[in-house]
Design a protein. Structure first.
Length: 275
């Protein structure tokens, strides 16, 4: 595991752009890269605006002084005497004004970043699918030891008749998600959103492998070496994706809000005609 992946595990969050780079092997976000970039810039602009707003409240300057220092009087004279192309200025003013129309932009960014972090964890899990499948075949002796675990959820899962089926289903669900992601990767923002919607359907497995590793380590029996090494490779994975359904749904919704925002900026919404 490289340094970036470790940082994701330690901090739990990264910016939308950073995590986008982390999941590039699964999802090609080139088609929406400009949108993510503009969204990052939007957050910076909002922060700068708030800082300037706070600082200017304490300034004691007259309107006349501001007009003189900014060259407003001189500009007004030019506007009276000449004709200027003000289209670009108008567009900039409209863009700046629209920035403040997007509510909870920081929260939306966090939701999107969290969703992408979970997708990254799913990728990491899929990369270890062979190890996951091997855990369904530890052997009777190891299974008997695990089934007597004092940790209730470990004991319950390992004694379940559906254990092996759930392990295989996790791998199948992740392979299906990867396939759909490859299909959606060149689509628009609302098509890419379907990746999060599909990811919600992945339930995963209970958090059992760290406990299995501890149990087998205490036995100090070389006969359990293969199972010990296998559980060690799986112990750092967050496999219980059922705990993250809300975060994935929030990430999906954030893309919808972002699309609505940029549609408004660039006047992409259909014009309503009077009846």
């Amino acid at each position: 595991m490289d340094a970036i992946e470790k940082e994701i595990r330690i901090n739990g969050k990264k910016s939308a752009r950073d995590i986008k780079e982390e999941i590039k092997d699964l999802i090609n976000f080139e088609s929406s890269e400009k949108v993510f970039s503009m969204f990052d810039n939007l957050k910076d602009l909002q922060k700068t605006h708030m800082e300037h707003d706070d600082s200017t409240r304490n300034l004691r300057v007259t309107i006349s002084e501001i007009a003189k220092s900014t060259g407003f009087f001189a500009t007004s004279k030019c506007l009276r005497e000449k004709t200027f192309d003000t289209e670009q200025l108008t567009m900039k003013i409209r863009l700046v004004n629209s920035i403040f129309d997007l509510e909870n932009s920081e929260k939306l960014s966090d939701h999107l970043g969290n969703g992408m972090r979970i997708l990254n964890e799913m990728i990491e899990t899929l990369e270890k699918k062979n190890d996951i499948l091997k855990s369904a075949d530890y052997g009777q002796k190891v299974d008997n030891i695990i089934s007597k675990s004092p940790i209730q959820h470990v004991k319950s899962f390992w004694n379940s008749d559906s254990r092996n089926a759930e392990i295989k289903k996790l791998v199948k669900d992740l392979e299906s998600l990867e396939s759909s992601a490859n299909e959606y990767r060149k689509g628009d923002l609302m098509t890419i959103r379907k990746i999060f919607d599909n990811a919600v359907e992945v339930d995963g497995l209970p958090d059992v492998y760290p406990y299995i590793y501890d149990i087998l380590m205490k036995k100090k029996n070389t006969e359990y070496g293969d199972a010990l090494e296998n559980s060690k490779r799986l112990m750092d994975l967050d496999l219980d994706f059922s705990n993250h359904k809300g975060e994935l749904s929030a990430a999906s919704l954030s893309l919808e809000k972002i699309k609505e925002y940029f549609d408004e900026i660039f006047e992409l919404n259909p014009i309503k005609k009077d009846p």
